[in-house]
Design a protein. Sequence first.
Length: 83
Amino acid sequence: MFRKVARLFVIKTRWEAFLIIYALALGATARGTAYLHEYPGWGGWALFLACTGAVFMAGAKILDCLKFEQAEKVAARTRGDTD
């Protein structure tokens, strides 16, 4: 039963990854906007860019890991391993 619930939190496709990255971007821009209001000027803009930059790095890592996991599954199938 725990395994079925745990599978809900695994990113399996690129489409799911893009949805998660989109949600991260929405949260980051909302947080960045709050920083702009709280810290007007260059400090607010620097924090805003840090928030959005973190989403770019996280999104790239999610997509790279997904590509790696899919390549690993294909390699396991060609070797004859079972999942």
